[in-house]
Design a protein around this ligand. Structure first.
Ligand SMILES: *Cc1c(COP(=O)(O)O)cnc(C)c1O
Length: 447
């Protein structure tokens, strides 16, 4: 093992300990300050803002400083405006995929030039708005390119415009997350009969088409698959420039999709590992000939957020203990509906927010929703949970509490941003207020 590898591993271990330590401090402070309360705040979510800073710094450090890189956070991973603001202050851009996300990015103060609009279903009105603002647009299809032609004929735009290509390198272990399969709905498939030529002509006829975009997939896609897909997109850009005899393509948007480790607090693979892999697959990306855009979502936020929920009741059914908590499908939709693809860790704490001790017992951790499958974990070994305890669900900073599911009219929980200073003091700031159970619920409760 090389010295630098050893240092990397040591650094990762320290960061993992720090992350777990901050989570416990944040939890205890939240209980003390009433942000978690067994009567009135049964479920709450937290974003570790120090962790976010660390992650953004590691992303920025992973790419050579000599290259022009815009790291556009994929807003769908956590679309809360104060979270987006935090990322903007950290130097990131923002990738959006709907009119709603575009509005959130603008509200968070992103310069339109730092916003990238990707969606396979952009309406004419959305395109007009994006192109008039100067937002970067990646066309998803030949039909969309024709729509852009019409819009630009009426009104020129300063937007950077690219085409999303599907390198068709295949999928990862979660099919719903794989976007570079032979028949994916995203982008222009590079390997379909006649497409390369048709795409080449599209670039030749449109000198304003200066970017190539790809996003190979998300969780479940191995790094080599992602890097291999990006390499094909870069090779295609090189082919266009060579055949045209001019450097028309000046930028490559390499998408996001770095998988996240949901098994413990280690951040593996890191962005540096990813960049090493990219260098092996596509040295041309690092030649300095191209500007780069990245679109990471999950890998920026997942490990920097967690949820905490009270156990309302416990029971034993068919011999197995079950803890009924207030976190279920409304905040962990993917895990509840696809538990094998999206397993989450669960930690057990006492009502004061101190880690529970005791012999491990296999138990189910259920949510509050009225359907039998509403389980955060099945047959999970943990110290036995009791009524009034807290369960913590780490690694949920992306695609969980930020995109709730309104089943059973369950309200969106509050989201608190937290910072822990050198003395261990925790400061909170609101990122999203708790939703009332019903617009009339506070008034009804007061009657
Ligand atoms: C979802 C998505 C991303 C982000 O994916 P992560 O797995 O969260 O990093 C980036 N680009 C596009 C086009 C996406 O659809």
């Amino acid at each position: 093992m090389s010295v630098s590898r050893q240092t990397t591993q040591a650094r990762q271990a320290t960061q993992a300990e720090d992350k777990a330590g901050r989570r416990e401090r944040i939890l205890r402070a939240a209980v003390r300050q009433g942000l978690l309360d067994p009567e009135s705040a049964l479920l709450a979510a937290f974003v570790d803002l120090d962790g976010v800073d660390e992650t953004v710094a590691s992303l920025r450090a992973a790419f050579p400083a000599s290259l022009q890189v815009l790291h556009a956070f994929a807003a769908k991973a956590n679309c809360l405006v104060p979270v987006l603001e935090e990322l903007r202050r950290g130097g990131m851009g923002c990738e959006v995929a709907s009119a709603g996300e575009l509005a959130q990015a603008l509200e968070a103060g992103f310069d339109p030039a730092d916003i990238v609009f990707d969606s396979p279903a952009k309406t004419r009105a959305e395109l007009v708005r994006a192109l008039s603002l100067g937002v970067t647009v990646n066309a998803d299809s030949f039909e969309e390119l024709e729509r852009i032609d019409d819009i630009l004929a009426a009104r020129p735009s300063g937007s950077r415009i690219g085409v999303r290509v599907n390198p068709q390198v295949g999928g990862g272990t979660i099919s719903a997350m794989s976007t570079a399969t032979a028949t994916s709905k995203f982008g222009v498939p590079l390997e379909d009969e006649g497409n390369r030529e048709r795409l080449f002509q599209a670039y030749r006829d449109r000198p304003w088409l200066t970017w190539v975009h790809t996003h190979v997939g998300s969780q479940g896609c191995p790094l080599d698959l992602i890097a291999g897909g990006i390499a094909k997109a870069v090779a295609f850009a090189e082919e266009i420039n060579t055949r045209l005899g001019r450097r028309q393509v000046t930028g490559i948007d390499i998408g996001g999709g770095l998988p996240v480790n949901f098994a413990d607090d280690e951040t593996t693979p890191g962005f540096d590992t990813y960049v090493d892999r990219l260098r092996e697959h596509t040295p041309a990306l690092f030649s300095g000939d191209y500007e780069i855009v990245t679109e990471f979502g999950r890998s920026v936020l997942a490990k920097n957020g967690f949820m905490a929920a009270y156990v309302e009741y416990t029971k034993t059914v068919g011999g197995r203990p079950i803890a009924i908590t207030h976190a279920g499908a409304q905040v962990a939709t993917r895990t509840v509906f696809a538990p094998d693809a999206w397993p989450l860790r669960i930690e057990a704490y006492d009502p004061g927010g101190n880690a529970k001790a005791g012999p491990p017992v296999a138990q189910d951790i259920a949510g509050p929703c009225c359907f039998a499958g509403d389980l955060l974990a099945r047959d999970r070994t943990l110290p036995r949970l009791d009524t009034g305890d807290l369960v913590v669900v780490p690694d949920t900073g992306a695609y969980y509490f930020s995109t709730p599911f309104h089943y059973n009219s369950l309200p969106e929980p509050a989201v608190h941003g937290a910072r822990v200073d050198a003395d261990g003091k925790v400061t909170f700031r609101p990122l999203r207020p708790a939703q009332a159970a019903h617009p009339l619920a506070p008034a009804l409760a007061a009657r």
